[in-house]
Design a binder for this molecule. Structure first.
Ligand code: NAD
Ligand code: UDP
Length: 339
């Protein structure tokens, strides 16, 4: 069975759905610090299949020991982690101990139980901004390691931990997926992104403005060197991203060693383009003002996705309009979130 840490969260729940659809047995481990168990009930309903769930802190090595003794686990997808960039600046110890502690506990228990396959949620944030974006987008060999916040360093360091474990254990297989900007929701509108408090990311902010929870969006800067001056990102539909995990799982089952893959669409979209698509597709207004740049932001970030296409056979299928439609569908169906 596949052991999915953080499986009740945004990306994890969509991936559990794809795993069940693909006929996999799934065991989710989540402490629900940023999610609700009801997302897993919804996943089961959508798939028409059951999964197993344990409420556990993945940093808790002894609890993991027990789980690995009780269940027949053959691979791991590791989503569990804290992910708010701004919050990580104010709480670095919590971020390092949670995000690195969980990765270290997992590695040690996996080794003790002869489980050798892991897919890890990394991020485009590991890429260095100071060399500019290559004309074809960031590739897996682009320079990394000038993170501007503790969250980014936890991803960079988790990658180092996993690649070192692969060097030390030739039977080990790790795939590090560097996600670009996952947005949208399952087309059913049953599961989606459900942030606590004020959203940090653009799409949940847009859906909350469109629904009247917040008055207006602030666009962080319109003086970047981009076609309309606003920041350009590579948005990917979360259901596409979830499918990429199935491909990654198949890859770790067939290979050993450590491989890194960008997961995006390879196409950049500006903040203004996203706002306009959202308004057009959904027939709702998204009032905005233009404010100052957000510290640490780059003007343009998009992926070179050729390695994922070539070696994983993964290509995103949904476009920006689908992402806007599905994000809004989820917001309308769940005005108070999943709980
Ligand atoms: P999320 O917060 O919705 O999901 C993370 C899940 O992990 C939550 O259910 C939370 O309760 C759980 N969790 C956190 N710490 C835990 C611990 N110690 N033990 C057990 N469970 C724990 O976030 P998400 O957007 O689904 O992101 C999943 C992963 O992908 C994270 O590692 C995140 O850093 C990474 N990632 C996300 C994005 C993004 O934009 N959403 C981009 C790049 C990478
Ligand atoms: N952004 C914005 N207003 C917001 C949130 C984000 O203008 O309230 C911009 C941000 O500057 C960036 C893009 O939207 O250009 C995507 O930001 P997000 O935080 O979603 O992702 P990241 O910056 O981590 O790629």
């Amino acid at each position: 069975m596949v052991f999915v840490t953080g499986g009740a969260g945004f990306i994890g729940s969509h991936t559990c759905l794809e795993l069940l659809k693909a006929g996999r047995e799934v065991l989710v481990a989540d402490n629900l610090c940023n999610s609700h168990a009801s997302s897993l009930e919804r996943v089961e309903r959508l798939a028409g299949k059951r999964l197993s769930f344990v409420r556990v802190d993945v940093c808790d090595r002894e609890a993991l020991e027990k789980i690995f003794s009780e269940y027949d686990i053959d691979s791991v997808i590791h989503f569990a982690g804290l992910k708010a960039v701004g919050e990580s600046v104010g709480s670095p110890v919590e971020y390092f101990s949670n995000n690195l502690g969980s990765t270290l506990s997992l590695c040690s228990v996996m080794r003790a139980h002869g489980v050798n396959r892991i897919v890890f949620s990394s991020s485009a944030t590991v890429y260095s901004g100071s060399f500019g974006v290559p004309s074809g987008g960031f590739s897996e060999s682009s320079p990394t390691g000038e993170c501007t916040n503790p969250y980014g360093w936890t991803k960079f360091m988790s990658e180092k931990i996993l690649s070192s474990v692969c060097v030390a254990n030739p039977d080990f297989s790790a795939v590090l997926l560097r996600y670009f900007n996952p947005i949208g929701a399952d087309p059913s509108g049953e599961i989606g992104e459900d942030p606590e408090g004020v959203p940090n990311n653009l799409m949940p902010y847009i859906t909350q403005v469109a629904s009247g929870v917040r008055e207006r969006l602030t666009i962080f800067g319109n003086d970047y060197d981009t076609p309309d001056g606003t920041g350009v990102r590579d948005y990917i539909h979360v259901s596409d991203l979830a499918r990429a995990h199935i491909k990654a799982l198949e890859f770790v089952e067939k290979n050993t060693g450590c491989e890194v893959f960008n997961i995006g669409t390879g196409r950049g979209t500006s903040v203004l383009e996203l706002v306009r698509s959202f308004e057009e597709v959904n027939g709702v207004a998204v009032p905005y003002v233009v404010g100052a740049r957000r510290p640490g932001d780059l003007g343009t970030v998009f992926a070179n996705v050729s390695k994922a296409e070539r070696l994983l056979g993964f290509r995103a299928e949904f476009g920006i309009r689908d992402m806007c439609r599905d994000a809004w569908n989820f917001q309308k169906r769940n005005p108070h979130g999943i709980k």
